[in-house]
Design a protein around this ligand. Structure first.
Ligand code: HEM
Length: 423
């Protein structure tokens, strides 16, 4: 089936992700009519949009056949790719994190921190995370019944948690927030480094400048943790060994950057999206408040609902096929997570927010070898926040029109103005 250029342009358009409905409609059409469609939006190389849940899993499961690192791992225009390679001396990546690696390196680097993010090793952190959650719930109560839940609470709480895990002092957090938001909202004129709409090449230059600043910051942390090891993730990274040799400088810097960035924007977006959903659905709020054992379900449904990571790209390492469609070696594939999470073949009433949805096998954390390293941490942070907030929250409603970031990679609510009554 021929895919209209309109659909192709929509699934790469940051403004369409901010509006959400156009993207939902484009993915709905693709799933029904061309679930594995080759598209070529203006300015991009052609790629395959993988829109069905089952096909996303099939590609992710075969991580030797579909590589992360061979081409850009996020949507990149031809011009931005050219500028990136110019700046890096040929690499399609500005940093070298787990998401840019394939085996054998991926496995070796992932093993360094994987243990620290397992549920049994996160459990001892629960009391401290609960303390942090309480300070934010108290802050919300002190606001006297009106706040912007995105800016005042949701952006700051997961930031505090991940920075504490990395050992970054609270005084450095505002700059960290700016830098990490510059990474993900490079296409949003309100948030990017230039403070205005910029072309692809400028976006790459801004991104490199942001990464440079993040790396300079974490360089000092590395030196400190090598001299004085502590019980934090930075100490694990700084003193990490790969194949019996100390971790490379660039790879260590990249590692901090992925944990610092991936570790909070995603969780912040999901948290803000959950409250937005509850403010519009008093019945759901009542239901969860009446039975707090529904909180893990609320967390899972808000991750599916928000799906803050909109895509990752893969590159075929050999001629192959997916769902009967021939794919050639070197082809680029877009894993469309929001589409997988609205797939009618997997989810009943996919456009309904249901905290009691079971099962809820969403793909918002990805799948397979690269599945989100911080998934248990993200879930735990959100569970704790709702456990602290919901018993005190009597009622909540929107106090204005919420808005979303303009971004096609990581995107979610930018403002969620609310009016509420709390104990
Ligand atoms: C709601 C919260 C979150 C969502 C929706 C999310 C989503 C994702 C997705 C879709 C991927 C790519 C998976 C794939 O390619 O199959 C990923 C990877 C990753 N995430 Fe998360 N994430 C979240 C929270 C976190 C947190 C709290 C951390 C903290 C450390 C984190 C760290 C990472 C890292 C390091 C990777 C790269 C893993 C690899 O390539 O091996 N994420 N995440």
């Amino acid at each position: 089936m021929q895919v209209s250029q309109d659909v192709a342009e929509t699934i790469v358009d940051p403004k369409a992700y901010a509006a959400r409905e156009p993207v939902d409609a484009a993915f709905r059409w693709l799933r029904a009519n061309a679930p594995l469609a080759q598209v070529q939006p203006a300015g991009f190389d052609p790629f395959w949009a993988v829109t069905r849940h089952a096909d996303i899993l099939a590609v992710e499961r075969q991580n030797d056949l579909f590589h992360n690192g061979d081409r850009s791992v996020t949507l990149t225009t031809v011009e931005a790719d050219r500028r990136t390679r110019e700046l890096t001396g040929g690499s399609p990546h500005i940093v070298r994190t787990l998401v840019h690696m394939d085996n054998p390196d991926h496995l070796a680097y992932r093993r360094l921190t994987q243990g620290a993010f397992l549920p049994q090793n996160l459990r001892p952190l629960e009391p401290r995370i609960r303390e942090i959650a309480r300070t934010f719930v108290d802050r919300m109560a002190e606001k006297g019944g009106r706040c912007d839940f995105a800016r005042d609470i949701a952006f700051l709480y997961p930031l505090r948690v991940i920075m504490e895990l990395l050992g970054v002092p609270p005084g450095d957090e505002p700059r960290m927030l700016e830098l990490t938001q510059e990474v993900f909202a490079a296409s949003d004129p309100d948030m990017n480094r230039s403070g205005e709409a910029v072309d692809a090449a400028k976006m790459v230059e801004d991104m490199q400048a942001t990464m440079g600043e993040l790396m300079a910051y974490f360089n000092a942390i590395t030196e400190d943790r090598r001299r004085q090891p502590r019980d934090d993730i930075s100490t694990i990274i700084a003193n990490g060994e790969i194949d019996g040799r100390p971790i490379g400088h660039f790879e260590a810097m990249s590692y901090y950057v992925i944990v610092a960035t991936a570790g909070h924007d995603t969780t912040s977006n999901t948290t803000a999206g959950a409250l937005w959903a509850l403010a519009e659905r008093p019945d759901q709020l009542r239901k969860v408040k009446a039975d707090l054992s529904l909180i893990p379900g609320l967390v899972e449904e808000s991750i599916r609902w928000e799906t803050p990571v909109k895509h990752f790209m893969r590159t075929a390492t050999a001629d192959t096929e997916v769902a009967g469609q021939a794919i050639a070696k070197g082809d680029w594939l877009m894993l469309c997570y929001p589409s997988g999470n609205r797939d009618e073949a997997v989810f009943a009433d996919p456009y309904t927010f249901d905290a009691a949805r079971t099962p809820n096998r969403h793909v918002a954390f990805g799948y397979g070898a690269h599945v989100c390293l911080g998934q248990h941490l993200g879930r735990m942070e959100m569970r704790i926040l709702w456990e602290e907030l919901l018993p005190r929250l009597k009622s909540v409603e929107l106090a204005g029109e919420p808005s979303r970031w303009q971004a096609s990679f990581v995107c979610g609510p930018k403002t969620v103005p609310i009016r509420y009554v709390m104990d």
